[in-house]
Structures are given as C-alpha cells and as structure tokens.
Design a protein around this ligand. Structure first.
Ligand SMILES: Cc1cc2nc3c(=O)[nH]c(=O)nc-3n(C[C@H](O)[C@H](O)[C@H](O)COP(=O)(O)OP(=O)(O)OC[C@H]3O[C@@H](n4cnc5c(N)ncnc54)[C@H](O)[C@@H]3O)c2cc1C
Length: 448
C-alpha cells in the first residue's frame, strides 16, 4: 500500500475503523481513504488553475491540513483501470465519487474543426504542468466561463492578441446572473485591464480556413429568445456578421465527466443524478458530488458543500438513520434595521497593477488579519438575537421580559402576550430581523 502523503477529493471511501490507533480519525470518526488518478491532491485547482490565481503553497497548506486529521491518500489510482467500483464496494462500507469534469466539451462549426484544435482546458492543464502554450500572434477563445478567461489571460501574457467570444453578456450592473458570463466578474475585469478583448452576445458562424488551418472566424450577433416550454433558444441575427482574423480558435465551452469505470452509476447520463445529500439513485452506499453532479454550478464552494453534506449522509447511512439538517430561512434585507449598524466600506483585497502582473505573482491577494476582523464586524448577524435590549427597553407595554437564563429560543427575552398590544415596535427596532410579527389569527390557528 502506498503511504499516505496528502489528500484530494476524487474518490473517498469510508469504512468503520478497524485500525484504531494507527491514525487520528477524521471528524466523524471513520477511516477515510482517498484515491486519485493524479500524483498529488487538489484536483482541478492543482491541474488547471493558474498559480497567479491560486498560489501552490496555499493549496499545499490546505491539503496538508486535511491530511493532518488522518485522511489516507492513494495517488495514481484510476477508477476503471486500477480499481473497479465493485472492488471499492466490497472493501469499503460507502463510496463517494467526485471525479469532476475532466474533459473539454466537443466543439465544431457546421461539423468542421480546424486541424490544430485543442480545448481550453487541455491547454491550461499543459501550461500549468509544463509551461507550454501555443505560440500564436492572435487567438479567439470561445466561451464565457473561468477556463475561457484564465486561458485568455495566460495567452495574453505571451503578447498575443486575444479575443473571447461569448453568447452571454459581460457581467455588469443590471445584467441578471443567468444572462451573464459564468466567469467570476472580477476576473473578467482584470482580463480586460490586461488587454483581452471580449465580444459579448456573439457566436462563431463560420470558420475561415486556409487548408486545415484557421485564419479567421466570422462572428455573428446572437440573441437569446425564450421558447414556449421555458427553455432558451440562441439565434443568430442575419446581417450582423463581422470577420476576425486570428491564427487559432480555442473552444472553452465547458467540461464533461469522463465516464470510465462509472458507467453503471451514470446510466447513460452525462452527470450523476443525486439528491441534496449526494445519494446516487438506486445505488445504496454510493454517493456523488462536486462538478460531476447534475446541476452543479461548477464552483469550489459548491463542491466543498456537496462533500460536507455527503459526509453527513454517509454517517447517517452507516448508522442507519435518516439524515436531516436544519436550514435557517434567509432573512430579507428589509427586515433588518440598518440604522443600528455603522456604515463601513467593504475591505479591498490587494491587487497588483497590470505592470506588476508577471510570472506566478498572485494578482489578487487575500485580506490581511485586521481586514478580516473588520469584515466580520460588518456582519449583520441576520436572524440572530444580538441581546441589544431594544425590544426590552422600547416596548411601551413592558410585555418584553428579560431573563437571566437563556429562554427556550436561545435569547434572553420572553414575550408576555397578555400585555402585548401588537404595536410591532419591537420588530421594527430589532436590528437583525430576529423578531417577526405574525398574523394573530394564523398564530392562533397554529396552536389550536
Ligand atoms: C480553469 C478553471 C478555473 C476555475 N476557476 C474557479 C474559480 O475561480 N472559482 C471557483 O469556485 N471554481 C473555479 N473553477 C471550478 C473548480 O475548479 C471546480 O468547481 C472544482 O475543482 C470541482 O471540484 P471537484 O472535487 O468536483 O472536481 P475536481 O477538482 O476536478 O477533482 C476531481 C478529481 O478526480 C480525479 N479523477 C477523475 N476521474 C478519475 C478516475 N477515473 N480515477 C481516479 N481519479 C479520477 C481527478 O484526477 C481530480 O483530481 C475553475 C475551473 C477551471 C477548469
């Protein structure tokens, strides 16, 4: 067996501890083994994210932190080649699949592809691994996600003229998220600062080829029209064609799951069909999440959240109990009384100027300690009792009583409804939206 070195989220398999004392067990007390095709942990963050966006020492610290709680990591283990799902099912009591989306989506224009076609993801992976990038004077990247923007910035560093062609709108105020490019708006802005040219609401109508090689593309304005079934159709506008002379076209239009070894679970679907907790339908003991799950928004925080929920679900499965989680309802902004909060501007992360952005230097750094503390003080603690005494002090009927011990709702106040006239002053003056006025008839109905 390889010795544990570091950790990744590719495939985690969980078995009840039979080796007490060998390692410190992860938080819920199970022994967890992670298997990954790659030599090191970190998944896409290690293989495709440019280091100027995520310094590798930060990633190493994170993966080491996970390892230190006792997770075993087996590198060079490819599911479907070195180990089968049946073997994992036999050896472990539960299996979590998190293979991400490792393959760029196929792309062509009227069935034609240039001879030197590479997906944006593949080019980024090569650049991150060995530092090679196509040596071109100009390139058009098709797509509006993080891969498209990251590759555009990497190519731009070589001095190439770089165009990003996207059906979506540039992210800006007034553009709804569903109509905007999927890339992080801040990254789009930085790419623009660096000289990347964005062509929003555009598609490629025709490849202009000399032999098999691209010498240009014909772009056309695209419009999104709603279909009667609620879906969106993207249609070209005739007469809006323009030609862009470029040496290379690179599609970065999303990624798909590599199915090898997981065909039985995928059942012909491109992604895993799972519930909120990651249970794979019809496969008890098998869980999935991250980018490979249907409906994933393709973000790190989404993948981490999937992993956390699946861990709770696996714990429930192994103990034979139903898993549930209390989700607090979102508190609308208008339930807060902002007069009680001092205005404080948002902390700005340190940002390198365009001239300083070279090599692997981190372009947008993290906040420093005092900024993090200041940010935490900007928190409204929505829906939490701040023990500010407003309700107790301001109630004209003295129907709010202050308690020494915590009341049943966790606050220090109880309401004496025999004296409450329902004026609502307490709710209006509650800074955090903790006190809510209920319709008396509905309230009475509930407790009949
Ligand atoms: C260029 C780029 C930029 C991005 N920028 C951001 C960003 O700024 N912010 C953000 O939130 N998200 C970003 N993302 C998305 C983010 O990387 C993913 O959402 C996240 O990594 C998904 O995590 P995951 O664990 O599901 O999959 P991954 O991180 O892809 O990890 C999957 C792991 O499974 C392993 N694997 C796959 N198949 C097998 C197999 N058969 N056998 C063994 N191992 C296997 C892989 O080797 C890999 O290590 C970006 C993605 C890309 C490509």
């Amino acid at each position: 067996m390889p010795s544990p070195t570091t950790v990744s989220r590719a495939f985690s398999v969980i078995r009840q501890s039979r080796k007490v004392g060998r390692i410190r067990f992860p938080l819920l007390g199970y022994q967890v083994t992670l298997l990954d095709a790659l030599p090191e942990a970190g998944g896409t963050l290690r293989t495709a994210l440019p280091p100027y966006r995520l310094p590798r020492e930060v990633l190493a610290q994170e993966t080491q932190r996970l390892m230190s709680i006792g997770i075993e990591f087996f590198a060079h283990h490819v599911l479907g080649r070195d180990v089968s799902l049946d073997e994992l099912r036999a050896d472990y009591r539960a299996v979590f699949l998190g293979p991400g989306r490792q393959q760029g989506r196929e792309w062509s224009v009227d069935g034609r592809v240039p001879a030197d076609l590479h997906t944006g993801l593949r080019l980024l992976q090569e650049w991150v691994a060995v530092g090679t990038i196509p040596d071109v004077k100009s390139a058009a990247i098709v797509g509006g996600g993080n891969s498209a923007v990251d590759l555009a910035r990497v190519l731009r560093k070589t001095g190439a003229e770089v165009h990003v062609i996207t059906h979506d709108a540039l992210p800006k105020l007034g553009v709804p998220p569903e109509g905007a490019m999927k890339a992080i708006p801040r990254e789009v802005k930085q790419a623009q600062e660096e000289g990347v040219v964005f062509h929003e609401h555009r598609g490629i109508q025709r490849l202009i080829l000399r032999g098999e090689r691209v010498v240009g593309v014909e772009m056309v304005h695209m419009k999104k029209l709603p279909r009667p079934d609620g879906s969106i159709e993207i249609v070209p506008f005739e007469g809006t064609e323009t030609v862009l002379h470029v040496e290379q076209v690179i599609p970065a239009i999303g990624q798909v799951v590599l199915a090898a070894g997981m065909e039985r679970i995928l059942e012909g679907r491109p992604f895993f069909a799972v519930d909120l907790w990651g249970h794979v339908v019809n496969h008890p003991g098998v869980f999935a999440g991250g980018d490979a799950r249907q409906g994933s928004r393709g973000t790190v925080s989404g993948a981490v959240g999937d992993g956390r929920r699946a861990a709770l679900a696996i714990d429930g499965y192994l103990r034979g109990v139903e898993v549930s989680e209390h989700c607090a309802e979102a508190i609308p902004l208008d339930s807060l009384n902002l007069n009680y909060f001092e205005h404080a501007p948002r902390a700005e992360e340190p940002l390198l100027s365009v001239e300083e952005r070279s090599g692997d230097a981190e372009v947008a750094g993290g906040l420093i300690e005092h900024q993090v503390m200041a940010e935490s003080l900007r928190c409204f603690s929505c829906g939490e009792c701040l023990a500010c005494d407003n309700c107790w002090t301001l109630c004209p009927d003295q129907s709010v009583l202050k308690t020494k011990e915590l009341a049943s709702d966790g606050s220090h106040y109880v309401f004496d409804y025999d004296y409450c006239k329902g004026c609502g002053l307490c709710a209006r003056e509650c800074p955090s939206g903790y006190i809510v006025m209920e319709d008396e008839l509905l309230f009475a109905g509930q407790y009949k």
